[in-house]
Design a protein around this ligand. Structure first.
Ligand code: SAH
Length: 441
């Protein structure tokens, strides 16, 4: 399959993306089944064993956090794990159409809420910067619509390596970046289309103000606590050193209750649950900001609505990987519990979804966009690539039903401007694109 360079992706051109992946992270895998015989002693394993020997078994959340984002050896910190040569592939890396449709979603929300004179686009966990790049191309193409609006881009990224890749993709080399490792804004510059762009390590450091927030395959890498129902009540699963095999870790059950149990619902019917306090903190921050200054958050990820149990799994080289083997060399992830995200918004904002990716993209007009790209591609290989990538995004057996879209919006957006006692007498607001059919006004 031929790959077109991104720089020659013009207005209606199709840009080649990665070759079709063998596996994407949305695939379900029950942890611990794929035990490999060789278990190399990685620097991360040595670090974790030292930690456990000195302070006792660690929670799964602490394990995930150390393995993924430890500032010295964390999996995400110094490598590019995305794409064909990496460990997994994501929708924006598969097709340019994905990011283009999300760009249209933000513009449609901006129009529906009165075309504010300024907005921030904030992406959490931007990977290679491909999604923001595709959105920015849509912003440029719709320049006449956005011409009186001051836009700025804000990327929340912990990975030094990925932030460099994002900067390379999104900014012009001839305009050097300002760097300040000690500052909450650790990098700053201007995008290729002349928009200010800044990098932060956490959402709390992003300036408040009318913003559109985007998180694609971000929530699934946040650390989860795992709990098992036992005759004595909920017991948390910890990670300990296996006394039988040297240099090997194993799961153990805590003998008594642990603090993260407060995140489990009193009427929880499942016998195994995963809870993600970090996701709760981020959702609360998003909800507060949106309630205060307007905007919206669009969250896309694989997950469930409070129904699944054991989803903690690892990926290495596009293959499932035992989560306890060779830590630091594989991605770790758990399905996002959208019912938990909704609960954490605490009614401060309205939530929509989760809705299946297939439905969301269909509502956003993916078929029309595909047709335009096909009509404008003269290479047969490019047309084949477009059709194959469409199939991966939309096929219910591939990403179409595995991935979901979820949005947070100000209450006013769903029922018109709030009135003292009711919202019924206001003119009906325009539908939210993606969650219903896109309607340009
Ligand atoms: N959104 C991208 C990449 C998904 S991979 C895509 O869909 O292609 C997860 C991304 O989140 C990476 O960029 C990783 O470095 C970043 N990340 C992981 N943990 C993070 C954290 N705690 N805070 C900020 N970014 C994080």
């Amino acid at each position: 399959m031929s790959i077109l360079s991104r720089s020659c992706a013009g207005r209606l051109r199709a840009a080649g993306r990665a070759v079709i992946p063998c596996l994407w992270r949305g695939k379900y895998f029950s942890s611990g089944k794929n035990t490999e015989e060789n278990s190399p002693v990685t620097p991360m394993l040595r670090h974790l064993m030292y930690k456990i020997k000195s302070a006792g078994p660690i929670t799964v959340a602490e394990y995930m956090k150390e393995v993924l984002t430890n500032p010295v050896q964390g999996y995400y910190i110094y490598r590019d794990m995305l794409g064909e040569k990496g460990d997994f592939i994501t929708s924006p890396e598969i097709s340019q159409i994905f990011g283009e449709l999300l760009g249209i979603w933000f513009i449609s929300e901006w129009i529906a809420t009165g075309k504010s004179s300024t907005f921030q686009l904030v992406e959490l966990g931007p990977g290679r910067g491909t999604l923001t790049g595709d959105i920015l191309r849509v912003f440029s193409q719709l320049g006449s619509v956005l011409k009186n609006c001051d836009i700025s881009i804000h990327l929340v990224e912990v990975s030094q390596r990925l932030s460099e890749i994002q900067a390379l993709k999104l900014t012009e080399e001839k305009f050097p970046l300002e760097r300040n490792a000690g500052s909450p804004v650790y990098m700053k510059g201007v995008t290729k289309s002349g928009i200010p762009i800044s990098w932060y390590r956490c959402l709390q450091d992003v300036p408040k103000g009318y913003s559109f927030y985007l998180a694609h395959e971000f929530f699934d890498v946040l650390p989860v606590h795992k709990f098992q129902k036992t005759p004595q009540g909920w017991r948390e699963i910890f990670i300990d050193i296996d006394p039988q095999i040297s240099d090997k870790l194993r799961f153990v059950l805590a003998p008594c209750t642990t603090p993260a149990e407060v995140f489990i619902q009193h009427d929880e019917a499942r016998d195994h649950v995963e809870v993600c306090p970090d996701a709760g903190v981020i959702i609360q921050e998003l909800a507060q900001r949106i309630a205060l200054t307007g905007g919206a958050a669009l969250i896309a990820d694989y997950g469930h609505d409070g129904t699944k149990t054991d989803t903690f799994r690892g990926f290495c080289g596009h293959k499932l990987h035992d989560v306890l083997i060779a830590p630091g060399t594989a991605d770790l992830t758990a399905d996002v519990d959208f019912s938990f995200l909704r609960r954490m918004a605490q009614g401060k904002v309205a939530s929509l979804g989760p809705i299946k990716q297939q439905m969301f993209l269909k509502n956003m007009g993916i078929d029309v966009r595909l047709k335009v790209l096909l009509d404008n591609s003269d290479e047969a290989s490019m047309r084949e690539h477009l059709l194959q990538s469409y199939d991966i995004l939309m096929n219910p057996k591939k990403m179409g039903e595995r991935f979901n879209f979820f949005a947070l919006l100000p209450h006013e957006r769903l029922c018109g401007k709030r009135q003292v006692n009711s919202c019924q007498s206001k003119p009906s607001p325009s539908p939210i694109a993606g969650f219903g059919e896109l309607a340009w006004r």
